[in-house]
Design a protein around this ligand. Structure first.
Ligand code: UD1
Ligand code: CA
Length: 461
């Protein structure tokens, strides 16, 4: 079937109360309009036309790479008026025309395909997709007569009796091209909003004794239209649960799936456990048997098998090898590579550094622009002083080094294999292998000082 598809996206989305056009608001991290275009793509349409109006340039910037033609609706005078902007495209369309709105992001391609199939089977002038949501408020209601759908009444034009109708218009239709061209010329704007309503084409078909068909969308969530931020949050919840259910089927444990976010690009191995409030963003992969504890966010990072991420970590653009452990409260910044079995503990920040197999930095450290070998111990409070105010410099810590607590390693500097850095030392030169480096002010102990002070105080009092 040589289908032409028209997507309506010219409205501002007043009910969003936003300076940003509605269709740019992200759902699961992706603008609404791209959800709809991604659902349309697999139908292999002859042509896809997008009707833009409000801040068209801003909308265009998020749809680069899609094979679509854009037409403009300079004044938003209703959905019928919006489709009218595409008459030239419709006139040259080889087959039926499907129209849908850019604010129904939960639609699946199969559902659209079933509408197109039903339309070609029925030979109707127009086939409309309807739904039975729990709450029909706000949608156009489908008025049926003895011989099927008669017309659609918008909420604002509906009588109290019509408002009780549970079947609603999803805003998705398939039209016979000739009929659509005719009907676009026939719709009027005599209604509560003074707009040209596309759904009025249905009453026109009836009037012309043409066939009207309807297909019920089995899952009313799919047809959900996003008009407000409340709708947006509900859709976010629906998408999250859908995706999370898929991962649970694949063998991942989610302790509280309502609070876990998993991006579309994320990949998770079996027997991995995600605790509440975990976010896996961007191109993140977790191997098998990993544990991610509450409140951690992992972004564009790859983790091997058996990795533990304790509570409240932020991990960005990093690679973590098998059985390594991070957190709680650790920050891995871009370019961090953790070797197998290595451990990054609480309040440790790592940036652009490689940590070798079995090495540890368990408490309160900053490791930046460093290459750390195997089995290195980095004590509490150790800092690589990588920045001199102008440039970043490298710190190299070879295998088996022990860096005592509160040492500062002033880069560029190299600590040789198996060397010892004494606690509290400031290292400003390279340390050869197996050496001890110690820099400390001499310790001075003066006996009896505290006792004398106490006695003086007592005298004064
Ligand atoms: C519309 C339908 C309603 C249906 C609902 C399904 C009409 C008159 N009503 O109502 O029957 O139940 O969708 O979600 O069609 N748009 C333009 N130009 C305009 C007006 C709108 O491009 O002049 C675009 C919007 O950007 C949006 C879409 O059309 O993507 C739908 O507009 P919206 O105002 O959200 O219509 P609803 O009130 O939801
Ligand atoms: Ca809408």
């Amino acid at each position: 079937m040589r289908l032409t598809i028209i997507v309506l996206a010219a409205g501002m989305g007043t009910r969003m109360r936003s300076t940003m056009p509605k269709v740019l608001h992200p759902l699961a991290g992706k603008p609404l309009i791209r959800h709809v275009l991604d659902a349309v793509g697999p139908l292999g349409p002859e042509k896809t036309v997008l009707v833009l109006g409000h801040q068209a340039d801003r909308v265009r910037s998020v749809i680069e790479g899609y094979d679509i033609e854009v037409v403009h609706q300079t004044e938003q005078r209703g959905t019928g008026h919006a489709v009218r902007q595409a008459v030239d495209v419709i006139a040259s369309a080889p087959g039926p025309v499907m129209v849908l709105c850019a604010d129904t992001p939960l639609l699946a391609s199969e559902t659209l395909r079933s509408l197109a199939d039903a339309h070609s089977r029925s030979g109707a002038a127009v086939t409309v997709m309807t739904a039975m949501p729990d709450d029909p408020t706000g949608y156009g209601r489908v008025v049926r007569g003895r011989s099927g759908v008669m017309r659609i009444v918008e909420e604002k034009d509906a009588t109290p009796a019509q408002k009780k109708i549970g079947e609603v218009n999803t805003g998705i239709y398939c039209f016979e091209k000739k009929f659509l061209l005719f009907a676009l010329g026939g719709i009027k704007n005599k209604n509560a909003q003074g707009e040209y309503y596309l759904p009025d084409t249905i009453a026109l078909a009836r009037k012309g004794k043409r066939k009207v068909a309807a297909v019920l969308c089995q899952d009313p969530d799919e047809a959900m239209g996003i008009n407000s931020r409340i709708d947006l949050s509900q859709a976010e919840g629906i998408m999250r649960i859908r995706k999370n259910v898929r991962w649970m089927r694949e063998g991942v444990t989610l302790i509280d799936p309502a609070t876990v976010f998993i991006s579309d690009e994320a990949v998770i191995g079996r027997d991995t456990v995600l605790y509440p409030n975990v976010r896996l963003e961007g191109k993140t992969t977790l191997g098998e048997g990993c544990m991610v504890y509450p409140g951690s966010r992992v972004l564009d990072s790859a983790c091997g098998n058996g990795v533990t991420i304790k509570d409240c970590c932020v991990i960005e653009d990093s690679r973590i090898a098998d059985k390594a452990s991070v957190g709680p409260f650790a920050h891995l910044r871009p370019g961090t590579v953790l070797g197998p079995g290595s451990r990054i503990g609480n309040f440790v920040e790592v940036k652009k550094s490689v940590i070798g197999e079995g090495s540890k930095a368990n408490h309160l450290a900053y490791i930046g622009d460093a290459t750390v070998g195997r089995d290195v111990n980095i004590g509490a409070g150790v800092i690589t002083c990588n920045y001199d105010g102008f440039r970043k410099h490298q710190t190299i810590i070879e295998d088996g080094v022990f860096v005592g607590s509160d040492a500062q390693l002033v880069a560029p500097v190299r600590i040789g294999k198996d060397a010892l850095v004494a606690a509290g030392s400031t290292i400003t030169r390279d340390v050869p292998p197996e050496a001890l480096a110690i820099s400390r002010a001499p310790l001075d102990i003066r006996e009896g000082v505290s006792g004398r002070r106490k006695r003086m105080k007592q005298k004064k009092g």
